[in-house]
Design a protein around this ligand. Structure first.
Ligand SMILES: Cc1ncc(COP(=O)(O)O)c(C=O)c1O
Length: 348
């Protein structure tokens, strides 16, 4: 006899990228930022530690909402804080998608979306990207019991994007809200933030894990119209962001000078990585994120990943049934990227 709900027994469970806790690896597998965060972050966290952690934190993270609101040009009540953007995706799914209903996602994209649907006892409908990574109108086709659609923009693993006008078009045809997952938007040329005011069907999630070098802090947020935020608040854990995270995240988003300088470094290294991968014979997609998607024209991909790992370089091997496999390589420092390219040159 099983103690578990049948949908839990049936599901695979999301497997995050490898996070080796010992040994020295060049880590280019989970799209973290290779540079240290703004120094203002550790100062803000130290100040909270000095005051102590005896009291519960602000349940809404209002200090962050106020500062982020000013930076992004939205009112604080349009922002919901989360324990990483994964927490935001979970809250939104739990609030909108019930048992035997449907969640739609593009494929290949972020694998967690499917897991979130299955946790609800709901179905996950995958709409394949076209081979040029555009998305056909199938993505916005009305369907019975469709309650939520996710769209990562830039997408993972491709790093490609849809235009904001196209996203508004898709959202308007959908019978449900569309969450645009902008985990990587700070590295991109455009984003959908201004679309949120145009339609309450568009919501945008962001994270401080990538562009602010704070994957370990766990802080993400949602931007949506206030009547939606009010409902999502009912679903979240009361204290889903802790006092250290609120202080660190507020200091991080306050330091837009740091963000601009970091972005410039990542974008420059990304350009070099794409060009060099092409020189090595890979098909490398033009990326607007802090990673690149690479498929070699002749060789099997998995042995390349395995050899790199033996050489203490971690990249992400992804195999998408019905689509194909490839290597997703995060943009590290110039030295890290050079070390990876050098090893690939030797292997090939
Ligand atoms: C598309 C996408 N969305 C969301 C996340 C989650 O980010 P976090 O929970 O660290 O904010 C990731 C992380 O890899 C991602 O690739």
């Amino acid at each position: 006899m099983s103690y578990f709900r049948p949908e839990i027994e049936r599901m695979q469970g999301y497997v995050p990228g490898e996070q080796p806790q010992g040994g020295k690896f060049i880590k280019l597998n989970t799209n973290e930022n290779p540079y240290p965060a703004s120094p203002a972050v550790s100062q803000a966290i130290a100040a909270v530690l000095l005051r102590g952690l005896a009291r519960y934190p602000d349940p809404f993270g209002n200090a962050f909402r106020r500062r982020a609101g000013e930076v992004l040009g939205v009112d604080p009540d349009w922002i919901l804080c989360g324990n990483g953007s994964d927490d935001i995706l979970t809250i939104v799914t739990r609030a909108l998608v019930g048992e035997r209903q449907w969640l739609r996602l593009p494929f290949p994209s972020y694998i967690l979306y499917k897991t979130l649907a299955h946790l609800q006892g709901a179905g996950a409908e995958e709409i394949f990207f076209e081979r040029d990574w555009s998305l056909s109108d199938k993505f916005s086709a009305p369907a019975k019991d469709l309650k939520l659609a996710f769209l990562p923009n830039p997408n993972s693993p491709s790093g490609t994007m849809l235009r904001p006008e196209r996203i508004l078009e898709l959202a308007e045809r959908l019978p449900c809200p569309l969450l645009v997952d902008e985990a990587y938007a700070d590295f991109a040329e455009w984003n959908c933030l201004s679309q949120v005011a145009k339609s309450d069907k568009i919501m945008v999630s962001r994270t401080l894990s990538k562009s602010y070098s704070l994957a370990g802090l766990r802080f993400g947020f949602l931007v949506a119209q206030p009547h939606l935020i009010e409902q999502f608040v009912k679903v979240k854990d009361s204290y889903n962001v802790d006092a250290l995270a609120i202080a660190g995240a507020t200091a991080a988003i306050d330091d837009q000078g740091w963000l601009a300088a970091n972005r410039a470094k990542i974008v420059a290294t990304r350009g070099r990585l794409v060009a060099e991968m092409r020189r090595l014979g890979f098909v490398a997609v033009d990326s607007q994120a802090n990673f690149t998607w690479n498929t070699p024209p002749r060789l099997p991909v998995k042995p390349l990943y395995e050899q790199l790992k033996r050489d203490r370089i971690l990249v992400r091997y992804m195999n998408y049934p019905g689509w194909g496999d490839g290597l997703r390589i995060s943009v590290g420092t110039d030295a890290e990227v050079d070390a990876c390219l050098e090893k690939l040159r030797v292997i090939l």
